[in-house]
Write a protein that binds this ligand. Structure first.
Ligand code: SF4
Ligand code: SF4
Length: 56
Protein backbone atom coordinates (compact mmCIF):
# COMPACT_ATOMS: atom_id res chain seq x y z
CA UNK A 1 0.00 0.00 0.00
CA UNK A 2 1.38 3.40 -0.94
CA UNK A 3 0.61 6.60 0.90
CA UNK A 4 0.21 10.24 -0.08
CA UNK A 5 0.34 13.35 2.08
CA UNK A 6 -2.57 15.55 1.10
CA UNK A 7 -3.28 19.26 1.30
CA UNK A 8 -4.75 18.64 4.77
CA UNK A 9 -1.18 18.48 6.11
CA UNK A 10 -0.54 21.17 8.71
CA UNK A 11 3.22 20.54 8.85
CA UNK A 12 3.21 19.35 12.46
CA UNK A 13 6.13 17.01 11.75
CA UNK A 14 4.74 14.02 13.67
CA UNK A 15 4.99 11.70 10.68
CA UNK A 16 8.56 12.73 9.90
CA UNK A 17 9.85 11.59 13.28
CA UNK A 18 8.06 8.23 12.97
CA UNK A 19 9.34 7.35 9.49
CA UNK A 20 12.00 4.63 9.79
CA UNK A 21 13.67 5.47 6.51
CA UNK A 22 13.77 9.26 6.34
CA UNK A 23 11.26 9.28 3.51
CA UNK A 24 9.21 12.25 4.66
CA UNK A 25 10.47 15.55 3.37
CA UNK A 26 9.42 19.07 4.32
CA UNK A 27 8.30 21.27 1.47
CA UNK A 28 7.05 24.83 1.44
CA UNK A 29 3.36 24.17 2.08
CA UNK A 30 3.30 20.60 3.39
CA UNK A 31 5.33 17.48 3.95
CA UNK A 32 5.69 14.98 1.13
CA UNK A 33 6.86 11.39 0.70
CA UNK A 34 10.02 10.40 -1.16
CA UNK A 35 8.85 7.21 -2.88
CA UNK A 36 12.41 6.05 -3.52
CA UNK A 37 12.95 5.81 0.24
CA UNK A 38 9.42 4.85 1.38
CA UNK A 39 9.13 1.21 2.50
CA UNK A 40 5.32 1.44 2.87
CA UNK A 41 5.35 0.60 6.57
CA UNK A 42 2.31 2.76 7.39
CA UNK A 43 3.83 4.48 10.44
CA UNK A 44 3.11 7.91 9.00
CA UNK A 45 -0.60 7.35 8.48
CA UNK A 46 -0.91 5.83 11.95
CA UNK A 47 0.71 8.90 13.53
CA UNK A 48 -1.03 11.70 11.62
CA UNK A 49 -3.59 13.07 14.05
CA UNK A 50 -4.92 15.34 11.29
CA UNK A 51 -5.73 12.43 8.98
CA UNK A 52 -3.81 14.18 6.25
CA UNK A 53 -2.37 10.99 4.75
CA UNK A 54 -4.34 8.84 2.35
CA UNK A 55 -3.74 5.30 1.09
CA UNK A 56 -3.39 5.10 -2.68
S1 SF4 B 1 1.63 14.07 10.75
FE1 SF4 B 1 0.07 14.65 9.21
S2 SF4 B 1 -0.29 16.85 9.52
FE2 SF4 B 1 1.63 16.31 10.57
S3 SF4 B 1 3.28 16.75 9.05
FE3 SF4 B 1 2.69 14.57 8.83
S4 SF4 B 1 1.11 14.56 7.23
FE4 SF4 B 1 1.29 16.65 7.95
S1 SF4 C 1 4.89 4.51 4.89
FE1 SF4 C 1 6.60 4.27 6.35
S2 SF4 C 1 8.47 4.52 5.13
FE2 SF4 C 1 6.78 5.34 3.92
S3 SF4 C 1 6.76 7.53 4.36
FE3 SF4 C 1 5.30 6.52 5.77
S4 SF4 C 1 6.49 6.12 7.65
FE4 SF4 C 1 7.96 6.53 5.97
Amino acid sequence: MAYIITERCVKCGACESECPNGAIVEEEKKFTIDYVKCVECGNCIDNCYNKAIDEI
